[in-house]
Design a protein around this ligand. Structure first.
Ligand code: FAD
Length: 415
C-alpha cells in the first residue's frame, strides 16, 4: 500500500524525470517543478552515453595522488582550483578516503544494479528509438592502459555484464574505427547506447507527461512549509504546492535545499565541459580516451567532445585552458574539425564516495532525494527512479544500503 498519494518532484533533469515517471507509473499523483526548462541542467550538454560498462564510482585507487600531482597543471582532466581546495577541504578529505580498491569494488557492485536495468526501462518507454546502439571504443596510447581498463571490466563481467571484445593494436584499430590516430590500442564495448541528450530528455518529458505527471517549468523552489521534519508544501515565487511527500532531485543544487530542512549533505558540483564540432571524418561510434579522460560522441551531423572534472568555486566560469586541453586531446584522438560551438559547462552532483543518494532524507521525514549521479546520470537514472519509487511505496526508512542519503549524517561534512 502506498504511504503517499501525492508527490512533488523538485528538478526536471534526468534524475527528477525518471523518478516522476516511476512514481506516476505506481499510481502516485505527481507534480514536477523545475527552476528553468526541464533537461536544461547537467542533463543538457553531456556526452549522452548510456554505458553500464562505466558504472564505477569517481574515487578510484590512486586518483587523489594523480589529482595532487597534476594540481599545478591547468589542463589536467581532474582539476581543483586553489579556492576550491580551501573551501572543499573536508569534502576532499572524505573523498580521499574512498580512493582505495575495497571502496571502489563495493561501489562498482552497488552501481551495477542501476546500470543494465536502465536499458530495459528505456525500451519500456519506447525511448530506445532515440538510441544509437553502435557501442563505444575505448582507446589509449599505451596498450597497458587498455589492458587495465579491460581488467576493471572483469569486475563488471563477474556481476553479469557482457564481456568486452578483443584488445586491438596496430592497423586493427583503424580497421574498426578509421578516424582513430595511428599508434593507439583499443577495445570495443558493444553494450553502449548513444543518445542526443536534449532530444532524449524532451522525449522522456513527453512520456512523463503521458504517464500523468504535471510538469511546471520556471518555478524555482525557494523554501518549505515544514513542521516537525514533515514538509507540507514547497514554496515558489508563484505560491505554495502541497503534497504528501517531496523528492528533491535538483542536481548539484540539491544540498542547498536539504540544508534548509536541517540536513546538510556532502554533495558538490563537479564541473564538466563540452563542445560540439563538425568533424572532417565522423567516428562510427563513440570514442572514450582512456588516458585523456575525454568522451567523443557522434550526434547526428555533429560530434560532441566532453570531459574534465573541475572542482571550482565559480560554477559558471568557462576556463579556457580546460577547453583548450579538451580540444587538443580530441584532435589527437579523432582528427580535425571545421565548425565548433561555444563551450558548454554543467555541474555533475558528486558525493565523496561517488555513489548516488537515493532515498529518504531522515527516518521520519516525508522528504526523499534522488541525486549524486555524478558521471553516470544518463545511464543510471531510469533504474534509480524505479528504485526510489519502490522505497517510497514500501515505506523504507532509507537508513541503510549503499545509496542511503543518511550514510554521511554522523560525519556531518558541511560545505
Ligand atoms: C561534461 C559532462 C558529460 C557527461 N556525460 C555523461 C554521459 O555520457 N553519460 C552519463 O550517464 N552521464 C553523463 N554525465 C553526467 C550526467 O549529465 C549527470 O549525472 C545528470 O545529468 C545529472 O542529472 P540531474 O537530474 O541530477 O541534474 P540536472 O540535470 O542538473 O538537473 C537538475 C534540475 O534541477 C533544477 N533545479 C535546481 N534547483 C532547483 C530549485 N530550487 N527548484 C526547482 N528546480 C531546481 C534545475 O533547473 C535542473 O533542471 C555528464 C556530465 C557532464 C557535465
Amino acid at each position: 500500500m502506498s504511504k503517499a498519494d501525492t508527490c512533488i518532484v523538485i528538478g526536471g533533469g534526468v534524475a527528477g524525470l525518471w523518478t516522476a515517471w516511476a512514481l506516476a507509473d505506481s499510481g502516485i499523483n505527481v507534480t514536477l517543478l523545475d527552476a528553468g526548462k526541464v533537461g536544461s541542467g547537467a542533463s543538457w550538454g553531456n556526452a549522452g552515453w548510456i554505458c553500464p560498462a562505466q558504472t564505477g564510482p569517481l574515487p578510484e585507487p590512486g586518483l587523489i595522488l594523480h589529482g595532487i600531482k597534476d594540481l599545478a597543471k591547468q589542463d589536467s582532466a581532474l582539476h581543483f582550483t586553489p579556492s576550491a581546495l580551501l573551501r572543499m577541504g573536508p569534502w576532499l578529505a572524505q573523498f580521499a578516503r574512498y580512493c582505495n580498491q575495497r571502496a571502489y569494488d563495493k561501489g562498482v557492485e552497488a552501481l551495477t544494479t542501476l546500470g543494465y536495468p536502465s536499458f530495459k526501462l528505456i525500451e519500456q518507454l519506447g525511448l530506445d528509438r532515440h538510441c544509437d546502439k553502435t557501442g563505444v571504443m575505448a582507446v589509449a596510447k599505451r596498450r597497458s592502459d587498455v589492458e587495465h581498463f579491460v581488467e576493471r571490466l572483469t569486475l563488471l563481467t563477474a556481476l553479469g555484464q557482457e564481456p568486452p571484445g578483443e584488445i586491438l593494436s596496430g592497423d586493427a584499430v583503424q580497421d574498426v574505427e578509421p578516424v582513430i590516430g595511428r599508434g593507439q590500442s583499443a577495445v570495443l564495448i558493444k553494450n553502449h547506447w548513444q543518445i542526443i541528450p536534449d532530444r532524449f530528455t524532451a522525449a522522456l518529458a513527453d512520456e512523463v507527461r503521458r504517464a500523468g505527471v504535471t510538469i511546471v517549468e520556471h518555478q524555482r523552489v525557494s523554501s518549505f512549509d515544514a513542521h516537525h521534519g514533515i514538509v507540507h508544501a514547497v514554496r515558489t515565487a508563484e505560491g505554495a504546492h502541497a503534497a504528501d511527500c517531496v523528492v528533491i532531485a535538483a542536481g548539484a543544487q540539491t544540498a542547498d535545499l536539504t540544508r534548509q530542512l536541517g540536513y546538510p549533505m556532502p554533495l558538490i558540483g563537479g564541473k564538466g565541459y563540452s563542445i560540439d564540432v563538425v568533424p572532417t571524418r565522423m567516428p562510427k561510434q563513440a570514442v572514450m580516451g582512456l588516458d585523456t579522460h575525454i568522451a567523443v560522441s557522434p550526434m547526428g551531423g555533429q560530434m560532441r567532445i566532453a570531459g574534465i572534472m573541475e572542482f571550482s568555486t565559480s560554477p559558471e566560469t568557462i576556463a579556457k585552458p580546460r577547453v583548450d586541453a579538451l580540444k587538443r586531446s580530441a584532435a589527437n584522438l579523432v582528427g580535425s574539425w571545421t565548425k565548433e560551438s561555444v563551450p558548454w559547462t554543467g555541474l555533475r552532483p558528486v558525493a565523496p564516495d561517488g555513489l548516488p543518494l537515493i532515498g529518504r532524507l531522515a527516518p521520519a521525514s516525508n522528504v526523499f532525494v534522488a541525486t549524486g549521479y555524478s558521471m553516470l546520470g544518463m545511464t543510471i537514472s531510469p533504474a534509480a527512479g524505479t528504485f526510489l519509487a519502490r522505497s517510497i511505496i514500501d515505506g523504507d526508512d532509507g537508513a541503510t544500503g549503499p545509496f542511503s542519503p543518511q550514510r554521511f549524517r554522523k560525519r556531518h561534512i558541511q560545505m
